[in-house]
Design a protein around this ligand. Structure first.
Ligand code: GLN
Length: 290
């Protein structure tokens, strides 16, 4: 594909056609995002500049990102960022791409706090395995008097999360610590959240190429039954939570019962069934220290 000399509009359509042929799931959207990224234009900018022509260097950069997209690299990885909860998060190879499903976890925590009239309270949040910091920073953005700590075993993820906190203007309320689970921390916390690795090891090779080849394996691999991380997180949450503190964790397919059981065995109450994501799949288990 040689895009030099094409107008932006022609290029956008040619790219979408190419992506569709390659069986990419959302060809129109991806074409717009990639074109916008190479030209540094948002949607309005692309419309305004629709008849402007691509020069050779723009065309070359565009052809390069299209090749990467067709080879299965997710748009978020190519752009190096992803929207989550209406906020933009920079990514690095050490971080999972934040998923829309994970917004269910944010909703679950906010629902409980609203019901209890605690959204203005000076709560302390712990996010175990924070990655890009998406969960912690989304919660801090909604809860103006909260502070939080995010941990990650990978220092490179901690650096990305700290950058995101700064970009989002949340650095004064967020601290990031490189450690395994919460090894370096004492608490107490009012809220413990986590989206731990939960894919059973044997299933990883069957995930979509876009996930298994581009998300960090450490952020996916949940051990033989997928529940390894929860066996550490449940007792940790019990130990670190203040009285009436809340634990909320994302779960994978068919893990609601297993995770709720681990929480209960750790001494936490599990008052409600798992909250479903937009696809109707049970996605978040919440538990409480009584
Ligand atoms: N949500 C990711 C997936 O299913 C997995 C993330 C995780 O293991 N926490 O692709």
């Amino acid at each position: 594909m040689n895009l030099a000399g094409h107008t932006l509009d022609e290029a956008r359509r040619a790219i979408a056609t190419q992506l569709r042929k390659a069986k990419i799931e959302s060809p129109e959207l991806d074409a717009r995002l990639l074109l916008g990224d190479v030209l540094q234009l948002d949607l309005t900018g692309l419309i305004t500049a629709a008849t402007r022509r691509l020069d050779t260097s723009e065309a070359q950069r565009l052809e390069d990102v299209i090749r990467r997209r067709i080879a299965g690299e997710p748009v978020a990885r190519i752009l190096g960022r992803r929207e989550f909860w209406g906020l933009t998060f920079a990514l690095s190879p050490a971080t999972l791409v934040p998923r829309p499903d994970t917004e269910t976890l944010i909703e679950a925590v906010l629902d409980i706090l609203k019901r209890e009239g605690r959204t203005a309270a000076p709560l302390r949040i712990l996010d175990i395995g924070t990655g890009s910091g998406a969960i912690l920073l989304a919660l801090l953005s909604e809860l103006p008097n909260t502070t939080g700590i995010g941990t990650d075993i990978n220092p490179a993820a901690i650096a990305t999360a700290a950058d995101n906190a700064a970009t989002l203007g949340l650095a004064s309320r967020a601290t990031f610590v490189a450690c395994d689970y919460a090894g370096a921390l004492r608490g107490p916390f009012d809220i413990v959240v986590s989206n731990p690795p939960y894919i059973p090891t044997a299933d990883i090779d069957h995930l979509d190429l876009e996930v298994r080849a581009h998300d960090p394996r450490l952020a996916l691999d949940g051990g033989a039954d997928g529940l390894t991380a929860y066996r550490t997180i449940a007792p940790l949450a019990f130990a670190l939570l203040a009285p009436s503190g809340i634990a909320a964790v994302e779960i994978g397919q068919r893990q609601a019962h297993g995770v709720a059981t681990l929480m209960a065995e750790a001494g936490l109450a599990v008052p409600a069934p798992a909250k479903a994501d937009l696809g109707g799949v049970p996605r978040v288990v919440t538990a409480r220290k009584t």
